[in-house]
Design a protein around this ligand. Structure first.
Ligand SMILES: Nc1ncnc2c1ncn2[C@@H]1O[C@H](COP(=O)(O)OP(=O)(O)OP(=O)(O)O)[C@@H](O)[C@H]1O
Ligand SMILES: [Mg+2]
Length: 269
């Protein structure tokens, strides 16, 4: 059954269908929900109407994030997305289509998907105008995108998640002739891992050329990306944060990273 929690905002352009950004990677724990929520708030702060859809309702991270933000909003005004969670195993395609239908007045739809393969995730991917795939900056995470030759340290061949994206692109093209822009973002970059970072950078760039995704500037490992969950806030909520705690340099740096991501996604205009 689809759950709705509607918080109406005015769309900037009601004629235009919403742009759909899907966060996906069948590897768990790569930052899909965290970055989905940060992007959502960044878009809300620009005055855009945003709907969030949780296709990982069992875990429910982004649903909890939005619920926590709703609680916070009772104390201090912060912009809210409309939110829906899809937790059915039946009629998944029709249920998701119905939710998307109800978001037509929004400028943007952000879909968070589970960190494993599954029919609902596949359907969700197939609606992406933009697919954002965060990967932890680790060769283990890269393995779901491509197999790497351990001796030559070069890409051998794309692996299962890349194939799933390819399939989602085909489903999308068949449904409405639309295309999908795929962007990979390295997440949780360390400050002190020069060798790993360099190798990951080279491999991700090689793979990008081979299977056709774009690479966004990386997001660093920062406490600010995880410490604000209980208040439903993000590094993008600097105004709200300034009232309650010290705003550190890392908040500002994180906000800049999210802005860079928006720029690469073409969402900062
Ligand atoms: N840039 C970052 N800096 C610090 N912590 C981060 C960063 N990105 C994500 N995290 C933390 O990493 C963990 C995984 O993040 P998150 O839940 O967003 O990943 P996910 O891909 O949605 O996971 P799942 O596949 O289980 O849904 C969380 O503890 C989150 O707070
Ligand atoms: Mg998640």
């Amino acid at each position: 059954m689809a759950g709705y929690n509607v918080c109406r905002m005015i769309s900037t352009n009601p004629q235009k269908p919403p742009r759909i950004v899907v966060f996906g990677n069948e590897k768990g724990g790569t930052g899909k929900s965290t970055l989905a929520m940060h992007l959502t708030v960044a878009l809300l702060n620009r005055g855009l109407s945003v709907a969030t859809i949780d296709l990982d309702a069992r875990q429910g991270t982004i649903s909890r994030y939005v619920a926590n933000r709703r609680q916070y909003a009772l104390r201090q005004s912060v912009p809210m997305p409309e939110h829906a969670a899809l937790d059915t195993q039946d009629n998944m395609e029709a249920e998701l289509a119905a939710i998307l239908d109800r978001t037509q007045h929004c400028a943007m739809v952000i879909i968070d998907t589970p960190g494993h393969d599954g029919a609902l995730s596949q359907i969700g991917h197939s609606y992406a105008d933009v697919l954002v795939t965060p990967i932890n900056d680790s060769l283990i995470d890269l393995d779901v995108l491509a197999h790497v030759d351990p001796h030559k340290q070069t890409i051998q061949r794309p692996s299962h998640y890349s194939e799933r994206v390819w399939k989602a692109k085909q489903i999308r093209a068949k449904r409405d002739g639309g295309s999908m822009d795929w962007v990979v973002v390295r997440n949780r970059l360390g400050q002190l891992e020069a060798r790993n970072k360099k190798l990951m950078g080279k491999l991700v760039n090689d793979l990008a050329k081979r299977i056709g995704f774009r690479v966004a500037d990386g997001i660093h490992e920062r406490v600010v990306y995880r410490e604000l969950f209980l208040d439903g806030l993000t590094a993008e909520d600097l105004a709200a944060l300034a009232n309650t705690r010290d705003v550190a340099m890392s908040h500002v740096a994180a906000r800049q990273e999210i802005r860079n991501l928006m720029h690469v996604l073409g969402l900062d205009t």
